[in-house]
Structures are given as structure tokens and as C-alpha cells.
Design a protein around this ligand. Structure first.
Ligand code: GRF
Length: 214
């Protein structure tokens, strides 16, 4: 059984999608928030999952917060740590500690629109397609090796909320997929820094490039 710890800051709908997916071989060991009022904590507790808070306001520095967060995470001995709407920039030390076992979902087709307000910026840029990306986390924000992406159209008349809802629907599909691949041991990082996904039917040596989800 692979242990998964999920970090949230608010609503937690991606966390919920991962929990509801009931991924074989995955045990959701804990859901941890940096905000005591994160709505997702209630869902986790109601589903018998350890729901904890490490409030960033209780710590004098980013380093002190990250150390406390890592101690709380590591008590669960996770194989995988999943950032699901976790709205804190993490220190390089924290990211290095979880190298190769830290995933994030970002609401754009990276490398386009790293950072905040991605849907607004996509609309302002006039792009015809937008989407979401699951990637391994590296010290540079929103920049790590891409695991899977999903594309959505930008439709005439879209506002930020409509576009965000279309993207979120895809997030709920691809994040459980990425976690499933990780848990099944099907992800590997090539020498070129790209993620490869071993197909279910391929021989152990048979690695394929992850599909672009339409
Ligand atoms: C998602 O759009 C995710 O891509 C971004 O923050 C949002 C979190 O939503 N990082 P939720 O808390 O999972 O509902």
C-alpha cells in the first residue's frame, strides 16, 4: 500500500476527487491544510482521514513553517505528497526533501501562465485553448516535469468563472489519473528531464510519452 498525504489550503475539490477515486494500492494517510478554515478538512475528517492543520501564521518564517509542515507530513511516512490547491510557496529545502514524490496541479497549460490568476490571464491573452497540468514539483515555481495535461477550449463569451469551471472538471479527471500512475509505479523521469509513463501492457522496458488529454 502506498501512503499519500494531500496538502490543501481551501475548498479541496481536487483532494476530494482523489479520495473519491479510491485508487487501488493507495492509502490517503492524511489531509493537511495551512489554514484552519479550509473547507476540505471537513470532507477528509468525514471520510475517516486524518485531517490536520499547520497554520502558517503560527510560524515566524517560511523556513520554520516548512520545517513544521514537513515534520507533520513525515509522521505519516508518505510515499507521495500531493499539492491540491496548496497556496504557499515552498522553500527549496522542502522541495528537495520530497524530490520525485511531490506532485502539484496548476490551472494552465504550463509553461504558459505560471503563477496566479491563470484563467483571467488566458482570457486577456486571447488564447483559443487553455487547460491544466499535473507536474512534479521542483524549486522553480510551476516549472517541474510534466506528468499529464488536459486541454479545454476557450469559448466566445467565456468569463473567468466559466473557464475556471471547465478547467476544474478536467483537473478532477487528470489528478486522480496521475496519482494512480505514481502509485502503480508507472512514472519515471528520463535523463532528458521528461516524465515517461509506462503503459499497462508494455514490458517493463517499454516507456511511452504521456498522452495529451483532449
Ligand atoms: C485548482 O484550480 C488548482 O489547479 C489550483 O488551485 C485550485 C484548487 O482547487 N492549484 P481545489 O481546492 O482543489 O478545489
Amino acid at each position: 500500500m502506498k501512503k499519500v498525504v494531500i496538502l490543501i489550503s481551501g475548498r479541496g475539490s481536487n483532494m476530494e476527487a482523489i479520495v473519491r477515486a479510491q485508487i487501488p494500492g493507495a492509502q490517503i494517510a492524511a489531509v493537511i491544510s495551512n489554514r484552519p478554515d479550509a473547507a476540505g478538512l471537513g470532507f477528509a475528517a468525514a471520510h475517516g482521514i486524518a485531517a490536520q492543520c499547520v497554520d502558517h501564521k503560527d510560524y515566524p518564517s517560511r523556513e520554520a513553517f516548512d520545517a513544521a509542515l514537513a515534520a507533520t507530513i513525515d509522521a505519516h511516512e508518505p510515499d507521495l505528497v500531493v499539492l491540491a490547491g496548496f497556496m504557499r510557496v515552498l522553500t527549496d529545502g522542502f522541495v528537495s526533501h520530497y524530490a520525485g514524490r511531490l506532485l502539484n496541479i496548476h490551472p494552465s497549460l504550463l509553461p504558459s501562465f505560471p503563477g496566479l490568476h491563470t484563467h483571467r490571464r488566458a482570457l486577456e491573452a486571447g488564447v483559443r485553448v487553455h487547460g491544466t497540468t499535473v507536474h512534479f514539483v521542483t524549486p522553480t515555481l510551476d516549472c517541474g516535469p510534466i506528468v499529464i495535461q488536459a486541454v479545454v477550449p476557450v469559448l466566445p463569451g467565456d468569463d473567468e468563472a466559466a473557464l475556471a469551471a471547465r478547467v476544474l472538471e478536467q483537473e478532477h479527471r487528470i489528478y486522480p489519473q496521475a496519482v494512480r500512475w505514481f502509485v502503480e509505479g508507472r512514472l519515471s523521469l528520463g535523463a532528458d528531464g521528461r516524465v515517461q509513463v509506462r503503459s499497462e501492457t508494455a514490458s517493463p522496458a517499454g516507456w511511452t510519452v504521456p498522452p495529451v488529454e483532449a
